[in-house]
Design a protein around this ligand. Structure first.
Ligand SMILES: [Zn+2]
Ligand SMILES: [Zn+2]
Ligand SMILES: [Zn+2]
Length: 203
């Protein structure tokens, strides 16, 4: 099987986590671009054989960053994270697909959480914070999926609830996040299942 490496970043335009994989062969052969589905941002990766150069659209500060990384760090091992020089937080990951995927899910949740903290528009800030942390934990163990089979989802945060929305079919799972009971209910769940819209009959 051909060896594949993955890259992830947060789109500064639409806020989604962008994840792409390329074979080691393709990465060494020519410059590679991984773009967001919204068409507004693109990660560029080039190598001279010993080093990789990356141009990373940054979902944290909205700028673009340039990084140079040893080829071995990109092509072998679990992977590397690249930090935004403005916010000092990791905004891009490269390496094994599973590692990059879980790191990107955490990053997307964290970015969402920070956006929320700025707004302070919740029924109960502490409960919302705890609910988002709990979601992060469930996501980290791969516990969020949709009945349509997809594990890709987006998060929408409201005043007293969080919606998980399936990227594939648009199915939605609403989690209340306003009271202690809401938090207790979430904490005892090992997995969360979004009810997909596929297969439903419209009457
Ligand atoms: Zn985008
Ligand atoms: Zn940045
Ligand atoms: Zn779905």
């Amino acid at each position: 099987m051909e060896e594949v490496r993955s890259f992830g970043y947060l789109c500064p335009k639409c806020g989604k986590a962008v994840l792409g994989s390329r074979s080691v062969f393709a990465l060494q052969a020519a410059a590679v671009r991984i773009g967001c589905a919204c068409g507004e941002s693109e990660l560029e990766i080039q190598t001279d054989g010993t080093k990789f150069r990356l141009w990373v659209p940054c979902g944290l500060c909205g700028g673009e960053h340039h990084a140079e990384v040893d080829a071995a760090a990109i092509l072998t091992g679990r992977g590397v994270g690249l930090a935004c020089p403005e916010t000092k937080q990791l905004c891009c990951y490269a390496g094994e697909e599973a590692q990059v995927r879980s790191a990107m899910e955490e990053l997307a949740i964290r970015a969402e959480k920070e956006k929320c903290e700025e707004k302070e528009a919740f029924t109960d800030n502490v409960i919302m914070y705890e609910v988002l942390s709990e979601l992060k934990d469930i996501a980290a163990r791969g516990g969020i999926r949709c009945t349509c089979g997809s594990t890709a989802y987006g998060i929408q945060v409201h005043r007293d609830a969080v919606d998980l929305i399936c990227r594939q079919c648009g199915g939605k799972l609403r989690l209340n996040a306003g009271t202690d009971e809401d938090l207790d209910r979430l904490c005892c769940q090992m997995t969360l299942t979004i009810r997909g819209t596929k297969g439903m009959t419209v009457v």
